[in-house]
Design a protein around this ligand. Structure first.
Ligand SMILES: *Cc1c(COP(=O)(O)O)cnc(C)c1O
Length: 400
């Protein structure tokens, strides 16, 4: 039984041709790009090519607008601390309640240590940003506005371009955590007003531990990590040459495949959603129906524990994930679904299926084969389900 991997928003498989592109930089081409001898020059040339490949995926005007980091988390931290340090007269940050922990934990820390006032903008039931609350929070005290491009749990897309224009109007810097968007939605930084953008290699079939922060030319910037002169003094430390080359290759492949694969992947996702709708009562889709990543499907199954569904799926060779952060055994529903005001009985049973271009029709068939039986079994055991005395409801998309 071949395993079915539907957890691509957590991480993706490194594409074999990406691995092949990386390998020489562990062996023959091991030089330090800063060295003036031939070993270094060879690597320097490869890094230049990789930077151009990533530049093309972002539609960036200059290749030196890219600062390599050790991943999405470091890119997010760099953007936040840089903005606060670059605009010392401004001490407020605007973000949303549904950001990744790489943003939220930093904001919590800045607030707790008294270094910034944080505005956390809420969302509606479909995960759409409260624009009135955002407008009300904007002022000349705001150093940074940071909103994610696409949500990792629900796939909901924020209208970042318009949000950035509003931030620029009060002189604030605008950053977007685009880790889930890069490689899945077309991006053209040339025609954008976004100042900074975070991305990560392992979310687009590149290696883990490599990412980048796009910093628009002319944007005020302070490094997070100081030391050598790598990345034009914006991120010290010897370049991770194999990973940078791998990210370049992954970016080139993403750009090449994006349009056709988005269409194919969206069809798989939509077939899974429709199939669940036909086969399983009392469930609904979390997120914005229209402005959503084509690969992400987050379904709330009422009156069951998401963890129990995942364990049964895993036994059937299917990997998905739940929104709830109960790795610690706490069974707290996800902060994203809580911000969307999804009822407790549904947030607990929410499952995310996230596709990539490696998924097939057979993968969808497998899930649709086993999932109804799993739900039936678990609901038979659920005291909440028994206690509802409800007649099973038809599938009801929350966004309809
Ligand atoms: C995965 C992810 C990150 C973190 O990226 P890493 O490279 O794993 O540090 C940040 N933001 C979002 C939205 C993500 O999905």
């Amino acid at each position: 039984m071949t395993p079915v991997y539907l957890d691509n928003n957590a991480t993706t498989r490194v594409e074999p041709s990406v691995v092949a592109a990386m390998l020489p930089f562990f062996t023959e081409q091991f030089g330090n790009a800063s060295s003036i001898h031939a070993f270094g020059a060879e690597v320097g040339g490869a890094l230049k090519t990789a930077r151009r490949e990533l530049q093309a995926l972002l539609g960036a005007e200059h290749d030196h607008e890219i600062v390599y980091t050790a991943g999405g988390t470091e890119s997010d931290s760099t953007a936040i601390f840089s903005a606060l340090e670059s605009l010392p007269d401004r001490t407020e940050i605007i973000t949303s309640k549904v950001e990744h922990p790489a943003i939220l934990a930093v904001c919590d820390h800045l607030e707790k240590t008294g270094r910034a006032r944080i505005h956390r903008i809420g969302v509606d039931k479909a995960g759409r940003l409260d624009l009135d609350a955002y407008r009300a929070a904007l002022s000349d005290k705001v150093a940074l506005v940071t909103f994610m491009w696409a949500n990792n749990e629900t796939g909901t897309i924020f209208p970042v371009e318009g949000l950035a224009e509003m931030a620029k109007a009060v002189g604030a810097l605008f950053h977007t955590d685009a880790v889930q968007a890069v490689g899945k939605v077309p991006i053209d930084m040339k025609s954008s007003v976004i100042d900074m953008l975070s991305l990560s290699g392992h979310k687009l079939h590149g290696p883990k531990g490599i990412g980048a922060l796009y910093v628009r030319r002319g944007t005020r910037f302070k490094p997070l990590i100081r030391g050598g002169h790598q990345e034009r003094g914006r991120r010290a430390g010897t370049e991770n040459a194999p990973a940078i080359v791998g990210l370049g290759k992954a970016a080139a492949l993403a750009l090449q495949h994006m349009e056709e694969e988005n269409t194919r992947v969206k069809a798989l996702r939509d077939r899974l959603e429709a199939g669940i709708q036909q086969r399983i009562p009392n469930c609904f889709v979390n997120g914005d129906k229209d402005d959503r990543l084509p690969n992400t499907c987050n379904v709330a199954f009422e009156y069951v524990e998401g963890e129990a569904i995942l364990l049964h799926l895993n036994r059937a060779g299917i990997a998905a994930s739940s929104g709830s952060a109960c790795t610690s055994g706490s069974l707290e529903p996800s902060h994203v679904l809580r911000a969307m005001d999804i009822p407790f009985t549904a947030a607990h049973g929410s499952i995310r299926f996230s596709f990539s271009r490696e998924n097939t029709d057979q993968d969808v068939d497998r899930v649709l084969d086993v999932l109804p039986g799993i739900l039936e079994k678990l609901r038979d055991l659920s005291p909440f389900w028994a206690g509802t005395n409800e007649t099973p409801k038809a599938f009801k998309p929350v966004y309809a």
